[in-house]
Design a protein around this ligand. Structure first.
Ligand code: NDP
Length: 297
């Protein structure tokens, strides 16, 4: 199996380099490309040409414009990377009959209610980033290619910038922290996303009925406040000395950001578990593992 991986150095892209390797020949690109192949997601035609040249069996797109607040003012750039180039890539996949694997987000929903969103629920993004991700999804579906769109949430990894690492740093510097307690979701490790992707690809290659949109998140739920407290508790178990003594739960409205965030980021992951006969473990399992990795260095 020949696999073209775009965005190889992101949180998910890095883990995919590891997880996809056993499936076959992986050509992994970052924005700088390699040997005449473009990995620049601001260049739709160049990405289209790259796929036409490589003629892979599978394209995995881990590249994205992920600066949620900046997207409010850099709408064109976000649209180019998350929509226009994704559309070109999907059209090339349709031409060469490649499976297109892509990642999307809980931000496609409006975040209302208390229950977990199903894949079929109404799309209503609250911010520009979410809007561009929706348009990316829709372009893939309209292209007619075989695809797997994995919507995920609250991604963390040992590598890259994320909430878990930010909290770990802040808790070593400050005695008091205030953390949002009215946004609920599931922290999901890049490792888990990559491993599930590697399991789902051969299954979909063998049965194109499995093509579709799936919610790929760890099981269980928490708020950012609950998540941070668990990180602090476990970090102490692993022997890390923290300065933080007091952690205050605060509502979103006391921490305004340029992009509106959904209050409810719960994604129902039953469809993925049933279709691929896979288990999505509780979010605390992955957090514990990453802390062990980070703190044993
Ligand atoms: P990262 O921000 O860690 O990685 C994104 C990657 O995209 C980076 O390697 C970046 O390259 C690359 N990239 C950005 N712009 C371009 C460009 N113009 N050309 C080529 N590459 C580019 O994201 P994650 O790994 O966390 O996210 C993976 C997927 O999951 C994305 O689709 C994202 O939308 C989705 N997702 C992420 C969530 C999160 O919490 N992070 C939550 C929900 C969904 P470089 O390193 O050079 O900047």
């Amino acid at each position: 199996m020949k696999i073209l991986l775009l965005g190889k150095n992101g949180q998910v892209g890095w883990e995919l380099q590891r997880a996809l390797a056993p499936l076959g020949d992986v050509i992994a690109l970052d924005r700088h490309g390699l040997a005449g192949l473009s990995g620049d997601m601001t260049q739709p035609q160049a990405i289209y040409n790259t796929i036409m040249t490589v003629k892979p069996d599978v394209v995995v797109n881990a590249a994205a414009y992920t600066a949620v607040d900046l997207a409010e003012t850099e709408q064109d750039q976000a649209d180019l990377v998350n929509h226009q180039t994704v559309k070109a890539a999907a059209e090339a996949c349709q031409q060469v009959n490649a499976l297109f694997v892509h990642y999307s987000t809980d931000y496609v929903f409006d975040g209302l209610g208390q229950t977990s969103f199903l894949e079929t629920d109404r799309i209503a993004p609250l911010n520009v980033y979410g809007q561009t991700k929706v348009q990316g999804e829709q372009a893939i579906i309209a292209s007619g290619c075989d695809y797997l769109i994995f919507r995920t949430s609250w991604v963390y990894a040992a590598r890259g910038k994320n909430f878990l690492k930010t909290m770990l740093n802040l808790a070593q510097q400050r005695e008091e922290l205030s953390i949002i307690d009215d946004q609920v979701g599931a922290p999901t490790s890049a490792e888990l996303i990559a491993d599930i992707t590697a399991q789902a690809i051969p299954q979909t290659a063998a049965d194109s009925m499995k093509t579709g949109v799936y919610h790929l998140v760890a099981s269980g739920e928490t708020s950012w406040f609950g998540y941070a407290n668990y990180v602090f508790e476990q970090a102490r178990v692993f022997g890390l000395e923290l300065a933080v003594q007091k952690v205050n739960p605060i509502p979103t409205m006391t921490y305004p950001t340029p992009a509106t965030r959904p209050h409810n980021s719960r994604l129902n992951n039953q469809k993925l578990q049933q279709t691929f006969r896979l288990n999505l473990p509780h979010w605390q399992e992955g957090v514990k593992r990453i802390l062990a990795e980070l703190l044993s260095k």
